[in-house]
Design a protein. Sequence first.
Length: 80
Amino acid sequence: EWLQELETHVSKHPHLLVGEIGMCKMARFVREFPKEKGGKATALQLQKLVFRKQLELAAKWSRPVTVHCVNAHGLFMEVM
């Protein structure tokens, strides 16, 4: 799983930060997410979930994060 792999890297490298993470309505993942799987709305919900998990991991290990937000300020603030 991607989250376990990320945590393994963070645990092995004491100066590693978590990033670049965030929300982006313009990402190819969002634009091209299959309509039969929920389209853009589902893609953004998945993006929020991943962003939240990345922030939680950074907090758990007391690591800084670098974040970005593109055309998704409301969604970004929902996670924060």
